[in-house]
Design a protein. Structure first.
Length: 274
């Protein structure tokens, strides 16, 4: 028979278990799981440490805690995460949206010379968080979500429904299977070099969304090669990559007719050379 625990006891034990598993955010993660399971907030949890956790809830928490101790991303355990202040459904089929990717939205919003009704594409959309956010933040824009993986497409479609944006989720290997003309491309493609060591949490994420070849830039080379053959090329291309890759990526873009306009952290903005 399971011994029922109080909130304070469970939080203390859970934090210790995660610390032993070398989870750097042990107490915060334990609090988040507890908030979800009890459908309350941490202020209430900390104010009432003697509240008893029911057996079914405790069983669920035990299972979730074991998953987190194995360094499974918290977002996968919860089934959702936050990006640019909005909640998005995620699963192991998609990369968890990163805070650094939010910078791409900020860079996009600062572009003053976009057409009045710009057409955008989120290339390799994954969960759809980037493209959906761009659609919601920009005025009078259309944003297609382009993805090659079927499972990722299903997650993107769920998020389109949840945010009622009605966007198209298009299956395409980058731009190969779409004839639509776009003014702006948002590109958070896999950019980690194949030999690069990733952390334990990232090992739970889809490798197709992380690794980009020997130097990490194979998918960007492929994309810019496709762009060379487009009759009406995008005016602006925003990319995400590691800062040490920026010079090489700028060279790839330059060969396709694009000039570096701006760099901000992981993000680069390339404009079509006139």
């Amino acid at each position: 028979m399971m011994v029922l625990m109080k909130v304070g006891e469970w939080l203390q034990d859970a934090t210790q278990e995660l610390r032993l598993a070398e989870i750097s955010t042990a107490r915060l993660d334990a609090l988040v799981l507890l908030e979800d399971a009890l459908n309350t907030n941490r202020t209430q949890l900390l104010a009432y440490p003697d509240m008893v956790i029911l057996a079914d809830t405790q069983k669920l928490l035990t299972e979730q805690l074991a998953r987190r101790a194995r360094h499974e991303p918290l977002a996968y355990i919860r089934g959702h995460t936050e990006f640019y202040g909005r909640e998005f459904v995620v699963s192991p089929a998609v990369l968890e949206p990163r805070p650094e990717t939010e910078t791409m939205i900020e860079v996009l919003l600062k572009q003053a010379d976009l057409p009045p009704e710009p057409a955008l594409a989120d290339i390799g959309t994954g969960s759809g968080a980037l493209g959906i956010t761009a659609f919601l933040e920009l005025k009078n824009a259309s944003v297609d979500l382009i993805e090659v993986d079927n499972k990722a497409m299903e997650i993107a479609k769920v998020n389109v429904i949840n945010h009622t944006t009605g966007q198209n989720v298009i299956k395409s290997d980058l731009l190969a299977q779409t004839s639509q003309q776009y003014d702006v491309l948002l590109c958070n493609l896999p950019y980690v070099p194949d030999t690069h060591t990733i952390n334990t949490s990232a090992m739970h994420e889809p490798k197709i969304a992380i690794f980009g070849g020997p130097d990490g830039l194979d998918l960007y080379r492929k994309l810019f090669e496709q762009i060379k053959n487009i009759r009406k090329r995008p005016l602006l291309i925003l990319t995400e990559a590691l800062p040490p890759q920026h010079e090489a990526l700028a060279h790839i873009a330059n060969e396709a007719g694009y000039t570096l306009r701006q760099t901000d952290d992981f993000i680069q903005a390339f404009e079509l050379r006139k």
